[in-house]
Design a protein around this ligand. Structure first.
Ligand code: GLU
Length: 450
């Protein structure tokens, strides 16, 4: 490995000792762009890699709110404005108990390169809170969101930093957050946040975008392999918004999602989550009980395996981890390799440990696609939402979907070209990392030293 790359990885480890997820994300990216640094000594002179691995700005704030019984609670809020070299900071908010500095920072780092890959002018950011929304009433969620936005509103804006949803933050939360922003600023800058309801400026297809984009990307991979999506069985971990979009698009294209999973176990539905009734139930199940998917098996009379993950089952053609970070470790990866599956398409942000990812990509013959490329359609359509807001002109669903498809085809294409340019063959991980990195690197070099 390039010695400057190695030095930066060591320094990041030393500087961020309690941030394993952040270190993991940095190590993954820097390792794969090492050949680029070999060819660009000017990047070391400009100390580009230390600069790129330190957020431009990151802050925490207190979020105090009152529950329905009059009890006051204090949570911590974060916003990480990681890199603004190619556009206003852009990235979601995650409300989840396990959110901490490391999680926010790794997500902000990943977001920077993912957003660069979309080809649209958006920088990288992320935020969130250690607030646990499960079991909270609508009024509690509203008060929490209002308090959160009261602390944040001065530091964001349509040309500054544009939050959106992530885990625990959907259209309802975005609505409360935007309402409070509008109230505090006494204006209507709806480009300050994406993932809105279309009635006040949200984009059509945004709820589906991450899942649809992932399937469009998958289609490009299949095309490259002279294969087709028709008839394919897909195992998707998770059953959130993203997984739902995959199920829906897969069904439209003649494939089917036959395995899904939740924190409580996994479901095997051989017929696939293909009917409207099943797809609607996925959304309902998520809304009413985000921790359990068992009820799907009861309702549709299929197999439920408690407390297990399905990695390793042989009766699927494609694995798509779409739950959360580090869902697939080396043991799961070994099972995946033994299953004989040909495609491993990451969807969630960093769903695979580095050890597992390296193993799958270099020792198994499985085609591996990285999340920062595969899930970029979500934030890409958020950028299209920003365009619609500044144009004050909503686009049709068809317009958005066409753009999304083009974006995913392009992300696959630039990744393939970038990897080939460094003699790495059809390496989608290195390709995405190199293509995203080059865009950020060029923008930073052009803007002087800071
Ligand atoms: N949270 C999503 C992501 O991980 C979407 C962010 C956005 O739309 O800004 O990319």
């Amino acid at each position: 490995m390039n010695s400057y790359v190695q030095k930066v990885i060591n320094d990041v480890k030393e500087r961020n000792p309690n941030e394993p997820e952040f270190i993991q994300a940095v190590e993954e990216l820097l390792t794969s762009i090492s050949p680029v640094i070999d060819q660009h000594p000017e990047y070391e002179k400009a100390d580009l890699l230390h600069r790129m691995t330190e957020p431009e700005r990151m802050f925490t704030f207190r979020v105090t709110w009152t529950d329905d019984n009059g009890q006051v609670h204090t949570n911590r809020g974060w916003r990480c404005q990681f890199n603004g070299a190619v556009g206003p900071y852009k990235g979601g908010l995650r409300f989840q108990k396990n959110v901490n500095d490391s999680v926010i920072k790794f997500l902000g780092f990943e977001q920077t390169f993912k957003n660069a890959l979309t080809g649209l002018p958006i920088g990288g950011g992320k935020g969130g809170s250690d607030f646990d929304p499960s079991g909270r009433s609508d009024a509690e969620i509203m008060r929490f969101c209002q308090s959160y936005m009261t602390a944040l509103y001065r530091y964001i804006g349509p040309d500054t930093d544009v939050p959106a949803g992530d885990m625990g933050v959907g259209e309802r939360e975005v609505g409360y957050l935007f309402g409070q922003y509008r109230r505090l600023k006494a204006n209507f800058e709806n480009g300050v946040i994406t993932g809105k309801n279309p009635v006040y400026g949200g984009s059509l297809i945004r709820p589906e975008a991450t899942g649809y984009g992932a399937v469009y990307y998958l289609c490009e991979v299949l095309k490259h392999e002279k294969d087709t999506i028709k008839g394919k069985r897909i195992g998707v971990s998770g059953y959130g918004n993203v997984a739902w979009g995959i199920m829906k698009k897969a069904a439209q294209l003649g494939a089917r999602v036959t395995y899904i999973s939740g924190p409580d176990g996994y479901i095997h539905d051989e017929e696939g989550v293909v009917t409207e009734e099943k797809l609607d139930y996925i959304l309902e199940m998520r809304r009413t009980d985000p921790m359990h998917c068992r009820s799907y098996a009861e309702k549709f009379n299929c197999e439920f395996v408690e407390g297990e993950k399905f990695w390793g089952v042989k009766d699927v053609d494609i694995y798509m981890p779409a739950a959360t970070q580090n869902d697939v470790d080396i043991n799961s990866a070994r099972k995946i390799a033994q299953s004989g599956v040909k495609y491993y398409i990451e969807v969630a942000n960093m769903p695979t440990t580095n050890e597992a990812l390296n193993y799958l990509a270099s020792q198994t013959g499985i085609i591996v696609a990285p999340s920062k490329a595969v899930n970029a359609g979500g934030v890409g359509v958020s950028a299209l939402e920003m365009s619609q807001n500044s144009e004050r002109l909503p686009w049709t669903a068809q317009d958005v979907d066409d753009q999304l498809k083009r974006m995913m085809v392009n992300i696959h294409e630039v990744s393939v070209t970038a990897a080939k340019g460094y003699g790495l063959g059809y390496n989608l991980i290195a390709g995405a990392n190199i293509a995203g990195f080059m865009k950020i690197a060029e923008a930073m070099m052009a803007q002087g030293i800071f």
